[in-house]
Design a protein around this ligand. Sequence first.
Ligand code: UDP
Length: 325
Amino acid sequence: MKSILVVGGAGYIGSHTVRELMNSGYHVIIADNLVYGHREAVLSDDFYHVDIEDKAALSKIFQKHDISSVIHFAAYAYVGESVSNPAKYYKNNVANTINLLDVMLANNVKNIVFSSTCATYGEPLYTPIDEKHPQAPVNPYGQSKLMVEKIFQDYKKAYGLNFICLRYFNAAGCSKDGLLGESHNPETHLIPLVLKAVKGEISNITVFGTDYETKDGTCIRDYIHVEDLARAHKLALEKLLNGSESVCLNLGTGIGTSVKEIIEAAKRVTEKEVPVVYGQRRAGDPAILYASSRLAQQYLNWKPEYANIDDIIRTAWNWELNKRF
Ligand code: UDP
């Protein structure tokens, strides 16, 4: 049986995807530099502690194993840091992806599922955002992901690369059984910060802006459960293995939830108060982002199982209370 190489398989979405693949009977190899990934989240015995900057180390993996496809999560994803240190983002997210592609093609591996982002769209011109929406990123992180998407298109024409780019909206929640979860350092995401405020781990959650033109003045996002994302990666992989066309797909629920609604949901789920401070807008935050995932639903025959924000937050709360890493 051929193997699937998951690059960045020790990270948040990567580890959930590895689990989904292994539960479906795939042989999975993980490569991760463990800069942001966690050793405890590595689920396969075939683990390589490598950076994709290191072509020689990557080549050894491809020579040792019979790899059919790659799922590529390895990227830096802090928007603010990408503005202050773009070199880090272009080197790791773009140049190192070219390294990975070099090694893949040298070993005749032509299938790649790529973790892209709604940040490639930039400031939305309309919502829900579909895949035809113009892509005009407003920060180096989004630029770096869009550059890779464009590289794939050229590599398809020139070298026969097959790709599926999955543009996630806001990944959220943790595995149902509490074995895997979200553990970023530093943590910047809304849901884990709200739950840390409930626990008293931080003094409060600051709401970034209450004067947006939305129903309650706070930003609206599309929160998609990490296990729904994981399943979409497996289905995308299977599409590539069956010879389907290369494509870019949005992954979201299509439901917009405001920051205040997240806080209300957290109160219901935890049955505790959330200490809230109302602050200024955060630079670069669009008022409203939510997806049309119609294309993904059709193409992958995929539908998010989690459509209720309370259910998503419940899994994240379970993780916060019983964190393994
Ligand atoms: N947000 C907030 N306070 C925080 C972190 C985030 O009000 O401490 C808001 C942020 O402005 C955005 C939403 O929560 O509207 C989701 O932010 P997050 O950083 O989780 O994801 P992003 O949408 O930036 O990818």
